[in-house]
Design a protein around this ligand. Structure first.
Ligand SMILES: NC(=O)c1ccc[n+]([C@@H]2O[C@H](COP(=O)([O-])OP(=O)(O)OC[C@H]3O[C@@H](n4cnc5c(N)ncnc54)[C@H](OP(=O)(O)O)[C@@H]3O)[C@@H](O)[C@H]2O)c1
Length: 220
């Protein structure tokens, strides 16, 4: 059976992906800092204490996996702290970099020994991390962290191809979650469905690409 690990599955899009997969009978390990009642109601396995900004958090996840093979890793945990050039707080920008850019790299590296040929890594970045697509500006800390996450996805794709592991960056859409204060043009569940489809379609022939959940490729 295919085994998925999803970070940031306590709420929002990560929770929706864990729920959809579990409903389909797929094995999911939901990696979270703290379990939530919503996640507990899903009934999947929960690895608690997984803060993606710390090596200890990554080690907790590795320990919870206890040598089990991982087929798909979805690095979904993320943080948005809105800013403008005037309001930009450099400590907040660094925090977003730690979670959004270094987090996926830290967790991917920690889980690599459990992955192999046919494995897949999805990094939920964001369209706002695209240099080519940036026409609206703003949100320096978040955008720059997601641009770095995109680079992590490209770099990992190059390095992991010879191990048979495919990597993609993914944009879920503008999704109504806590992150957006409930604003957006799609709910978490359909966005999650789109992301899971993109990961299903991902293979070595498409590794190193960047996808909108709706199914079209985005510019880096
Ligand atoms: N919503 C959108 O419109 C949108 C658009 C583009 C991209 N995205 C990306 O989609 C992903 C999911 O976002 P969302 O909308 O579902 O946001 P959300 O509802 O705010 O959920 C964020 C998740 O990330 C977790 N998280 C934050 N910091 C963490 C850390 N240090 N270690 C481990 N987990 C941490 C949160 O866990 P806690 O409960 O412990 O805080 C939560 O589970 C993020 O990467 C986000 O940047 C979202």
């Amino acid at each position: 059976m295919t085994r998925y690990v999803i970070t940031g599955a306590s709420r929002g899009i990560g929770l929706a992906m864990a729920r959809l997969l579990s409903e389909d009978g797929v094995e999911v390990i939901a990696a979270v800092r703290r379990p939530t009642p919503d996640l507990e109601a899903v009934g999947c396995e929960i690895a608690a204490g997984v803060d993606v900004t710390s090596d200890d958090g990554a080690a907790v996840l590795v320990e919870a996996l206890n040598g089990r093979h991982v087929d798909v890793l979805i690095n979904n945990a993320g943080l948005l702290i809105p800013d403008t050039l005037d309001s930009l707080d450099f400590a907040a920008a660094l925090r977003q970099y730690e979670i959004n850019a270094l987090g996926p790299l830290r967790i991917s590296r920690a889980l690599l020994p459990l992955m192999g040929e046919g494995g897949k890594i999805g990094i939920v970045t964001s369209r706002v991390g695209s240099l080519g697509d940036n026409r609206s500006g703003g949100n320096y800390g978040y955008r720059m962290s997601k641009a770095a996450a995109n680079m992590a996805a490209r770099n990992l794709a190059i390095e992991l191809k010879e191990k048979g592991i495919a990597v993609a960056a993914l944009h879920p859409g503008y999704v109504r979650t806590a992150m957006t204060g409930g604003r957006g043009n799609i709910d978490a569940e359909p966005a999650a469905k789109g992301l899971l489809l993109r990961i299903e379609e991902l293979g070595l022939e498409t590794t190193g690409t960047f996808w909108h959940a709706e199914g079209y490729e985005l510019p880096w």
